[in-house]
Structures are given as C-alpha cells and as structure tokens.
Write a new protein. Structure first.
Length: 330
C-alpha cells in the first residue's frame, strides 16, 4: 500500500490522483466514502463505518520534488514515505483489520494541502462530524506526542531608493535595511516552554535587488517561527522588532497544542506543526505515527518497515481503547 501511494505523485495542489486511489481503496474495504470539495478538483476523503466516534486522519499531499519509490531490507524510500503516505497506508490497513474484527463507529479523514497552508484541514474544520476523538498521523516513531509547536509564517518587506552603486549615498539600500532587521530577529530571546522547549526561527527565503551595480530599492524575507505559545504574543514582538523599518505580511499562523498521554503508550514531544489546531470539531486530539520527522522533506526520505508494520496494530489498539473510553463515559 505504501509503495502504491508513493508511486502516485501528489505534491501539494496536485492531489487528485491519490485522492481517487484512496477513495477506491476505502470503498473496496467496506467504508462508506464521501469526497468534500476544498478547491477546484482538490478534495478531502472522509470514510466512515456507522457513526464514527474515533477518526484517524493524516494528509495526502507531499512537498516537492517528487522522489520515486525504492527499498532495501530495512526501509522504504520515496517522497511521502514517512510524511505521510506510510502513515496513511497504516491507517487504511488498521481500518481493514478493525472491520474484520467487527469494530464499528470509527472513520478515516485524509486531507489535502497540509504542507502549504493546510487548505484541506481548514475545510474539514468547518464540518460538524460528531466524532469525539481524533488521531492525527505524523512521524513520531510510533510514540504518542505530548505536544506540538505552533507556526507563524510571515514576510518582511523593505523599500528604499535605487541609485548607481558608485554613489550609494544617492540611494537608500533596501537590502541593508532588511539585513539589520533580520539580525535583530536572530539576536532576540524568544520564549521557552517546559514541555515544548525552545522557540525556533528559520529565515527561509530572501529576495532583493536587480543588479550588483544598482542600489536595491526592494527586498523581502520569508520567515517561519515555530511557536511555544500563542500567536498574539509573537506578533507583538515581531511588530516591535520591525517597527517602522519595514512591512510585515502574515501568510500562515497556528497555535501550539498540548496533548494527552494514555497508559500503555510511549510518549514524545515534537517540534513541528500539524493540522490538529484546525480540526477542533473532530474531537479530543492525539498525535502518533510511524517514521522519523528527521527523514521527512529530504532527498533520502524513508520509513522503517518495522515501524510501518507496528503502526497497524498500534492504530487498531488506539481506536478500540478510545471507543471503550467513549462507552465508559457515555
């Protein structure tokens, strides 16, 4: 299943083919499947058995570029191997196992766009599914995450006045302004959390100038901060650092979340952001999945075959545990 999913390219925005494959596979297993429009041909997949109280969810899209499937004795390789097509395959297989055991009242949710703006999760978050528990799949090495950081992606834009580089005093260098601002960001002490750890900052993209012999009149940087507290406090800090030296444009924001543990499940803490904050209506969240996040988004993306196979009974056990808790608390 993981190999077949990897072989279907599904870079963010081009998820149609993998969506169709997942729909057909879930229907063949015995799920009642519906597709929910997100944008154009892009759709989320919702698969259900009876009245789902527990829902397993992950995303269908991957980052670019596409990497073909390969394997050795220990790992499966290819784009999406651990983020998150191996997870998706384990969830489908867990669903098949649960159905064979006669388990009911659970479902699957597979969304588009998680890697760039979470369009699918935003659309799913507007639904009223009636579920009480949500199990989100991201690479945690099969350990329940006790928390995940938030994210704030923004652009800093500076402007100046172009001039001949031999007479820089006649111009106003927008790149110099931007570098000064970015240096202040690099030197700032952002908050730390007792569970989530340090705030991290990545200056990911830089733009500016036209020619080496022209004083640049425009510059921009795209920055991503992994948050350990709410976005409002960080925005205030960003505004204070930039002040009147440039313009700030926010592209994506998501608060951090603290999550629950369960007896009998190993735990961890992750530094990345998930769709969980956007899926509050789907129930109390849990986060767990096979694979290491350190193998995601890189040329050698891979997933351990052992972790992949172990994830199937793990998801099955977790669904039954949560359904049992639902019955106990009913």
């Amino acid at each position: 299943m993981t190999r077949r999913l990897i072989e279907i390219e599904s870079i963010t925005g081009k998820e149609h083919a993998v969506c169709d494959f997942i729909r057909r596979t879930a229907e063949e297993i015995g799920f009642e499947v519906s597709l929910h429009a997100v944008e154009g041909e892009r759709k989320n997949v919702v698969a259900r058995i009876c009245d789902p109280k527990v829902v397993l969810t992950t995303h269908m899209d991957t980052v670019s570029p596409y990497i073909p499937f390969s394997e050795d004795g220990e790992y499966l390789y290819g784009r999406g191997a651990c983020d998150a097509k191996g997870i998706l395959a384990a969830m489908i297989e867990a669903g098949r196992t649960l159905l064979e055991e006669g388990v009911k009242d659970f479902g699957l949710l597979f969304v588009v766009g998680e890697e760039r703006g979470s369009d699918g999760a935003k659309a799913a978050g507007r639904m009223n599914p009636g579920s009480r528990f949500l199990v989100n799949g991201e690479p945690t090495e099969n350990r329940l995450a006790l928390g995940s950081k938030g994210a704030l992606r923004f652009e800093i834009r500076t402007s100046g006045k172009s001039a001949h580089s031999a007479y820089p005093e006649r111009g106003e260098n927008a790149i110099d302004k931007l570098l000064d601002i970015l240096q202040d960001f690099r030197g700032h002490s952002f908050p730390r959390h007792r569970v989530l750890g340090e705030t991290t900052l990545n200056i990911g993209i830089l733009h500016g100038g036209t020619l080496a012999n022209v004083v640049p009149d425009r510059a921009a940087a795209e920055v991503l901060i992994r948050l350990v507290s709410g976005t409002n406090g960080y925005k205030k800090t960003i505004d204070e650092i930039v002040h009147k030296r440039g313009e700030v444009v926010y592209h994506f924001e998501c608060d951090p979340v603290l999550l629950e543990s369960l007896d009998g499940f190993e735990t961890t803490v992750v530094a990345y952001t998930t769709d969980i904050p956007l899926l509050g209506r789907w129930g109390r969240p849990f986060l767990v999945g096979p694979g290491s996040i350190l193998d995601a988004h890189c040329p050698g993306e891979r997933i351990s075959k052992k972790q992949l196979m172990d994830a199937v009974p793990l998801y099955s056990r977790l669904v039954k545990r949560l359904l049992s808790e639902k019955e106990t608390n009913a």
